[in-house]
Ligand binder design. Structure first.
Ligand SMILES: C[S@@+](CC[C@H](N)C(=O)[O-])C[C@H]1O[C@@H](n2cnc3c(N)ncnc32)[C@H](O)[C@@H]1O
Length: 332
């Protein structure tokens, strides 16, 4: 972390400011190894491989750490040569392309494909994830002057309350144990007039619930050792890929492939075949491994925004199922 970014951090336990209490390895104004200390409540937080760690290294999100270390670049636009992640970022947030002078929080960064896009706006980006995916993110984005990467928990974030101009949280909420509480926590860190953009899985209804293969197998797969499950997903996608290419051409072929647990993005994203296959392996593991997968209803998400003081929020079906955007404390 850069010394200069200390001013954005706060003790997650008591929300007071932190100071650098130990520096074991430093380069310029960047601390690679050291510690932060809260004088108010006497807690100390290690800085390991440039990243301040506010949670145990291993936790319920460790499957994501594995996933994002194996697929550190798979979904980056600068890797795929596409604008898939940029388009999603700007369509979901409706934020401007330039945001110099603003401070943006990314909650649940994964390997950082959206960190890359957010950083390109010139804003200062505080990017947080609960898992060791932060190491993959640091490798891609950590050396940018406007990026601060931390390992922290959405329920107790290591930042000052009411301090961010904008917060985004994509693909994360359904993977937390208490989804509404995670949403509420985000809203506490926005300034008045600040903008929040989230998405969350939509709960399957009616016929969708029948033969929902993912939710049928998850009770078993989420308990398997992660490395074993990843090897299985990799082998399964390799084996099935030629067949799924044929199935894709049938009416509703893509839907059939998803039922077969092969995430099929052919025709949806303009990506080369090899990258589509990488995404399939990544997303198959992403469907089957997380400890928590709590999809939500549209009405519930609308209510969250209302209850948080954003009654005019724009909440509708979209990326990842349901997407929502609101402005804190201002009639829209
Ligand atoms: C499906 S990934 C999405 C990553 C990224 N936003 C993207 O769309 O590429 C979900 C991420 O949420 C993170 N996560 C889960 N629970 C969290 C929590 N309590 N606090 C912060 N991040 C959390 C996981 O570690 C994981 O990297």
């Amino acid at each position: 972390m850069r010394m200069e970014h200390l001013r954005y951090l706060a003790c997650p336990a008591c929300t007071r400011g932190l100071r650098v209490s130990k520096v074991s390895k430093q380069r310029g104004d960047r601390i690679e190894t050291g510690a932060l200390h809260c004088s108010a409540c006497s807690r100390t937080y290690e800085i390991v491989r440039h990243v301040p760690r506010f949670v145990p290294m291993k936790n319920y999100a460790s499957t994501f750490g594995l996933q994002w270390s194996k697929h550190a670049r798979t979904q980056y636009d600068t890797y795929t040569g596409s604008s898939v992640s940029a388009r999603r970022f700007f369509e979901e947030t409706k934020w401007p392309r330039r945001m110099e002078g603003q401070v943006v929080l990314e909650a649940g960064s994964g390997s950082g494909r959206f960190t890359e896009i957010a950083a390109s706006t010139g804003a200062t980006i505080a990017s947080m994830d609960y898992s060791h995916a932060v190491d993959a993110n640091y490798a891609s984005n950590g050396e940018k002057d406007n990026v601060l990467i931390v390992q922290g928990d959405v329920y107790r974030m290591p930042f000052r309350p009411n301090s961010f101009d904008r917060i985004f949280c994509f693909g994360v909420l359904q993977h937390t144990p208490r989804v509404e509480e995670a949403f509420r926590s985000l809203t506490k860190y926005l300034v008045r007039g600040g903008s929040l953009a989230i998405d969350v899985y939509r709960r399957p209804t009616g016929k969708e619930r029948l033969l929902n293969t993912k939710y049928m197998v998850r009770p078993v797969t989420k308990r398997l050792p992660s490395e074993m499950l990843y090897s299985f997903c990799n082998a399964y996608v390799n084996l099935m890929w030629p067949l799924t290419s044929l199935i894709h051409r049938l009416p509703r072929g893509s839907a059939i492939n998803w039922k077969l647990l092969i995430p099929d993005y052919r025709g949806k994203y303009p990506l080369p075949e090899g990258i589509l296959k990488e995404w399939a392996t990544l997303d198959m593991f992403d469907m089957l491994s997380p400890a928590h997968d709590n999809p939500q209803t549209l009405d519930a998400v609308k209510r969250w925004f209302r209850d948080a003081g954003m009654p005019k929020a724009d909440v509708h079906l979209g990326y990842n199922g349901i997407m929502g955007r609101g402005t804190m404390g201002v009639a829209e």
